[in-house]
Ligand binder design. Sequence first.
Ligand code: CA
Length: 373
Amino acid sequence: MRISVFLTSIFAVATLGACGATPPKTSADNSATRATSTPTRPGTGSYARYPAAEELVARLHAEHGLDPEQLRNTLSRAERQQWILELVNRPAPTPSTKPTGSWTRYSSKFLNEDRISKGVQFWGEHAEVLERASRRYGVPPEYVVAIIGVETHYGRNFGKTRVIDALATLAFDFPRRGDYFTKELGDYLVMTHNEGLDPFGPRGSYAGAMGYGQFMPSSFLTYAVDFNGDGKRNLWDPEDAIGSVANYFKGHDWRGGEAVAIPARAQGTAPQLMKADFTTRYRVEELAREGVTSTAPLDGNGQVSLLRLDGVGGFEYWLGLHNFYVITRYNHSTYYAMSVHQLAQQLRSRRGPVDRPLISWLQRLVRPTDGLG
Ligand SMILES: [Ca+2]
């Protein structure tokens, strides 16, 4: 995924690092030239003898038994990336109360023919793995494919920034989210130690998100799985990534078989003034009093979120159910989760209601009987 700088200014910076799995990314991630290509010598980098780096070294030694000299050596070779600080410190514009078409612009990045057809292709290439993940974790394949499609265009854009530089820069030079990114930097060093990786090897987004699903290091430690059975958890391997994304959703209480979001009808001007995003909770009767009604049964959901999409043709209203909230655990944004949901629906509709692997599996079950008969 490569959000334009415009989108970054509205959505990404405001929510940077708030995300469970992946902070939003920007077109700046494409700038390979901005990332330092070779590690500097020990003790000469931006964070050599930094007090905050020393504190992190002490904590990682105490909590994980990591070698302080090695850690000090690594951190002293990380490079501050000034462009990342400029990006995250850019002020976010104030939200408008009138329709501006922001949803139409945002969603057009993901809800387009290219993203759908490449998603169907990705699904076809990994159909067996997606089915296996769906059976094990109870998450439909289309939502796993849609996440990977929105995050990295199915592995086409992993991000080119050295993860250690991104995390060290945000941990030590971005006070507003310093605690969050210091924790992520620590988790990254634990991850590279446990997995036997050179900390200067992995590249990702400007915020340190990695691989097909753009996992942050804390998400790697908690939710990544070895889904191809080679003994390693590798976020850049599609099979491990598919299992890990499905496990992330399961870990955030995805409920198999339940709907995600339902379009709503809205009458009058009252709905425009209501608080509307994935964090809201309204009783159905409460919404009806304000002129908002569901276009489909709510499967027994007594409380729902009111979602307002700022489309070019005017506001569009949806009701977000439990699984919609689960998608926002990946990225705390209504537009993000709605893009994933609608892309998933498009992928499912294009792929067809029943998976071919399931059919061929059933055929294999039947054939031996035929042969014996
Ligand atoms: Ca693996």
